[in-house]
Design a protein around this ligand. Structure first.
Ligand code: PEP
Length: 251
């Protein structure tokens, strides 16, 4: 069974509410006739509700860029799964390398966030990927194995089938230096084979694995030509709706 392509925009810490709504209006117009792929925009928390209202009834979904794993309580600055769902998000990015590197996310917290997202009906987009140092030390597959095993610990095969994995080599994020199609293809094939081994054939056949790292309109097609690359998670080139549309329609 063919997997439905999936393209997610990660705006990071960009866009006011007004800018987010303007993006949503333009993008929903551009994608009015696109029905064969999932399109998602990950907005800052402050813009989630307004963006969700703007794209309601369209083929565009809304994601949070993170989610905290506790239900509620004295966790100043944190936002729960129930809160992002209430704001209109259907997805949450979990374990982005910037969250791991700057904010201290670990495989263990990624696992808790993945569990809490699923428990609240939010589809997690779980990010994994090696640093340049790890790649140069030939540890890429070991790092991916650790991140998959720990990050998805306790998740059932059926749940894995419904979530999204983003392979994002850290050295390719925001650097303009993207993985070659071969490097991306090898990593994606490895990830899918581990999902098959640890979560079963149905999960491996169904799970969408996105590539992320300096994806642009002119390199998306060659990355997507790799059989295990089901779409892209796009940072910088997603801030302009026309550029993200070009990526999502060429990929
Ligand atoms: C990202 O933020 O996940 C990302 C891949 O960023 P960029 O496309 O800018 O490299």
């Amino acid at each position: 069974m063919a997997r439905r392509p999936f393209f997610a925009a990660n705006w990071k810490m960009f866009k006011t509410i007004g800018e987010a709504v303007a993006w949503g209006r333009t993008f929903r117009e551009l994608t009015r006739d696109v029905a064969d792929r999932d399109l998602v925009a990950a907005a800052p928390y402050t813009a989630l509700a307004s963006l969700a209202a703007e794209v309601k009834g369209s083929n565009v979904g809304v994601a949070a860029q993170d989610v905290y794993f506790e239900k509620e309580g004295a966790f100043t600055g944190a936002v729960s799964a129930l809160m992002i769902k209430d704001a209109g998000a259907a997805y949450a990015i979990v374990g982005h390398s910037e969250r791991r590197r700057i904010f201290g996310d670990t495989d263990a917290s990624v696992n808790r966030k993945t569990h809490v997202a699923i428990a609240n009906g939010i589809i997690p987009i779980v990010c994994i990927g090696e640093t340049l140092e790890e790649r140069e030390a030939n540890q890429t597959f070991d790092v991916l194995d650790r991140q998959i095993k720990a990050g998805l610990d306790g998740i059932t095969g059926e749940q894995v089938a419904a979530l999204v994995i983003a392979y994002e080599p850290v050295w390719a994020i925001g650097t303009g230096r993207n993985a070659t199609p071969q490097q991306a293809g090898d990593a994606h094939a490895h990830i899918r084979s581990r999902i098959r081994q640890w979560f079963g054939g149905d999960a491996a056949d169904a799970v969408r694995i996105l590539y992320g790292g300096s994806v642009k309109p002119d390199n998306v097609a060659e990355l997507r030509a790799q059989p295990d690359v089901d779409g892209a998670l796009v940072g910088g080139a997603s801030l302009d709706p026309a550029s993200f549309f070009a990526i999502a329609s060429r990929g």
